[in-house]
Design a binder for this molecule. Structure first.
Ligand code: KG4
Ligand code: ZN
Length: 342
């Protein structure tokens, strides 16, 4: 079964063709990073317009890459939420139009189920397993009991870990998009220089990252005040300056605590639920330290998708559409948030 899937929930326009939920025949993404960089974050109005400008070309590029035509498709899928409403409308309206045009089914997909399903791409992973879903909007531990039965065991009580990465990066004066930039910088720093807290939560499987972000803020502002001789504007390009070294050390210290929090909770949760298989999904699964930490641990067998399937992409939407379509209703509206805890 070949599914042409579309994704436009935030600032990436994706189109992919997936066969039987696992084989990636094409995977194209048009990034909007350059549009949003001057704003230091995603500008929803601009994102929706850019999706509209890009979507037809991205669909065509996916068909070309696979050497297939619309007539070869068995169904059309798109993310219907959660995400930015204006953005979501572009992929979902396009997939609905293609479905009407070809008289093939339209499959509406939950973006988070899409991230979970990214672990099935080019792998033979099968439930049951524990999924650590770490993105810009979510941090969740999900017990994936079957392809369609998933239970959220814990989630963040405040900031998502990707959000904490992005906010910490901004605080340190790093450019957008903060997460990957901070990840790179951390590799040059001393992760033990700054003492940062690991939050305790009432439920053992929940997370909290706002205290970590606040601790970085307090210590970093204190350091800048104590060093009026530092000139962030000039020292940014000078890797040998005390400012640049302190910034790399802070990035490394932040990353050490963030990764340790995610690793420790996931391992404890997997053990408590008798699960030996673990998957790490979502944009933050692209983080180098997180990947190393899970690959290096013997307690579980970790499936971490390739980089291109971690950050937002349409391939994961095609995988989810095959294993777990949440709606086949052309009248299905898009939604911005999931309001209830499953
Ligand atoms: O899954 P995703 O592409 O979009 C959402 O659904 O949110 O995740 C985006 C998040 C952003 O917060 C971004 O900074 C973070 O993933 N991210 C990273 C890395 N690459 C992307 N965070 C840490 N290290 C990375 N290498
Ligand atoms: Zn995402």
């Amino acid at each position: 079964m070949k599914i042409l899937a579309l994704e436009s929930s935030c600032d990436d326009t994706g189109a992919a063709i997936i066969e039987d939920g696992r084989r990636v025949l094409a995977n194209k993404v048009a990034s909007q990073v350059q549009i949003h960089t001057p704003f230091g974050g995603v500008l929803p109005e601009a994102a929706a317009r850019e999706h509209l400008l890009a979507v037809n070309a991205v669909v065509q590029a996916a068909l070309d890459e696979a050497g297939l035509s619309l007539a070869d498709m068995d169904a059309f899928a798109a993310t219907i939420g959660p995400g930015l409403i204006g953005s979501l409308l572009i992929a979902s309206s396009t997939a609905k139009a293609l479905s009407l045009l070809t008289a093939k089914p339209f499959l509406g997909i939950n973006h988070l189920y899409g991230h979970v399903a990214s672990a099935y791409l080019e792998s033979d992973l099968e439930p049951p397993f524990l999924c650590l879903l770490v993105s810009g909007g979510h941090t969740q531990l999900i017990h994936v009991k079957s392809f369609s039965d998933m239970q959220i065991l814990g989630e963040t009580l405040d900031d998502a870990v990707g959000e904490a990465y992005d906010k910490t990066a901004r605080l340190l004066g790093l450019p957008f998009p903060g997460g990957p930039v901070l990840d790179k910088l951390a590799a040059q720093g001393d992760a033990t220089r700054f003492e940062l807290p690991i939050a305790k939560t009432q439920s053992p499987w929940d997370f909290s990252f706002s205290g970590l972000k606040t601790a970085v803020n307090r210590q970093w502002s204190g350091l800048l005040q104590a060093h009026p001789d530092w000139n962030p504007a000039l020292d940014t390009d000078n890797n040998d300056s005390p400012f640049a070294q302190a910034r790399a050390d802070m990035a490394a210290s932040f990353q050490r605590v963030a990764v340790k929090t995610l690793l420790d909770k996931t391992l404890a949760c997997a053990k408590a639920h008798g699960l030996q298989q673990v998957s790490i999904c979502g944009g933050v699964a692209a983080n180098s330290a997180l990947r190393q930490a899970f690959w290096g641990c013997e307690a579980v067998s970790a499936t971490i998708p390739a980089f291109r399937f971690c950050t937002d992409n349409a391939a994961m939407i095609g995988a989810s559409a095959f294993f777990n379509p949440i709606t086949q209703d052309l009248g299905q509206d898009v939604f911005s948030r999931v309001l209830v805890r499953a």
